[in-house]
Design a protein around this ligand. Structure first.
Ligand code: SF4
Length: 377
């Protein structure tokens, strides 16, 4: 419910009021992140590598810092710069991205690397230039411009929106409040250290101004915070009422050859999970009576129900009934292939498909292990 309007205590509104205490706090309390150049390193003249900033920002879209860390390190190990990523096979990039979700990011990542490497090998250093590249929207362009190139860009992620909503008691629900927040934020970005300012706002939101129980006593901006002065910070940001996600249903089929290989196929390049691998499934039907039976199997076999899994996508939730069958080698449906179980953990399998396979064969996508009746003695 939207908070009632109330008399407001005036807040800190100038760049100096916010930036100075925030940067002082950041110098002492910033998070150590694998892609970050610390204030101390910056002061010593070490500059952020735009490739690393870009890679981390693409990975962080819709994904938590903790989930990104290991992927970021693995990508850097395989492809330490934009030219090596451009030279990589797209399939290998998709495989390395598997499990991180939102797979259009991986396709755009590769397309962007190809474009940058085909040019001068350098990323554009302005928001406008960055926005022309695949996969780089307003937020990511602002973040790269500020962090990698010290441009005074207003960088606004979920953490920053929360801090700003509370500092200025913004009663417009998100996401409608975004333009209002951006307009205020633009006036606060300092001409010096805009990259650190952006990262400080993010760190403040992630560690102090948290969604629940913000630790206002430790906040460097508490003196000017309207939500703290006037009431309950947790009332902000105001959110629009949630609409329920539509549900879809279907069936997934785990066909296992005597040597343990599993039948996979590649999804079309475009669309949801584009270019990723999957086990055969029926259509994901929005009807409650959608087909979840073996009638939709890729071929006749002794299919047995192995369980069911659920997965939530951005725009719908999916329930899949999972069937398994041990089958002999056969002519495969077009676009299908056998994947040895020992290589499944390296396949470009999205999380929903890993869940389906593991409903039939526990741990199959985590590590290689024999799982058929004909396992070696
Ligand atoms: S004082 Fe509290 S609510 Fe206000 S910005 Fe700081 S942590 Fe957030």
């Amino acid at each position: 419910m939207a908070p009632q309007a109330k008399p407001r205590k005036s807040a800190a509104t100038s760049s100096g009021d916010i930036a100075a205490p925030l940067l002082e706090w950041y110098d002492a309390n910033h998070r150590e992140l694998p892609w970050r150049i610390s204030p101390r390193q910056l002061a010593a003249g070490i500059r952020p590598d735009p490739y690393r900033v870009w890679l981390s920002e693409i990975m962080l879209q819709q994904t938590t810092v903790e989930a990104v860390k290991s992927y970021f390190r693995a990508f850097l190990e395989k492809w330490p710069d934009v030219k090596s990523l451009a030279a990589a096979e797209t399939d290998d990039v998709m495989k390395a991205w598997a499990g991180l979700g939102y797979y259009s990011r991986a396709r755009n990542l590769k397309a962007c690397a190809n474009l940058v490497a085909a040019g001068k090998g350098a990323f554009p250093d302005t928001e406008a230039g960055l926005r022309e590249l695949p996969g780089i929207g307003a937020y990511t362009a602002a973040a790269i411009a500020a962090i990698a190139f010290d441009r005074p860009a207003a960088v606004m992620d979920g953490n920053v929106e929360r801090v700003m909503s509370r500092l200025f008691e913004i009663s417009t629900p998100l996401p409608d409040a975004k333009p209002e927040i951006r307009t205020i934020l633009e006036t606060l970005v300092p001409p010096a250290r805009p990259g650190d300012f952006a990262q400080a706002m993010m760190d403040l939101g992630a560690t102090i101004c948290t969604p629940r129980r913000p630790r206002c006593m430790l906040c460097p901006l508490r003196d000017g915070c309207q939500a703290l002065a006037n009431g309950d910070p947790e009332l902000y940001p105001v959110k629009a009422p949630k609409t329920e996600k539509p549900a879809r249903r279907g069936a997934a089929f785990i066909a296992i050859r005597p040597d343990g290989a599993i039948l996979l196929r590649k999804r079309p390049e475009r669309g949801l999970l584009g270019g990723m691998s999957e086990v055969p499934t029926t259509a994901w039907n929005a009807r409650i009576d959608g087909d979840t039976t073996i009638a939709g199997a890729p071929f006749a076999a002794a299919w047995q129900r192995a369980g069911s899994i659920s997965h939530v996508f951005t725009h719908f939730s999916l329930d899949l009934d999972v069937y398994r069958a041990e089958v002999t080698d056969r002519t495969l449906p077009a676009g299908s292939f056998w994947a040895p179980v020992a290589t499944l953990h390296g396949e470009a399998l999205p999380t929903v498909m890993k869940k389906a396979i593991e409903a039939a064969i526990p741990d199959a996508t985590k590590k290689p292990f024999p799982h058929t009746a004909k396992r070696p003695s």
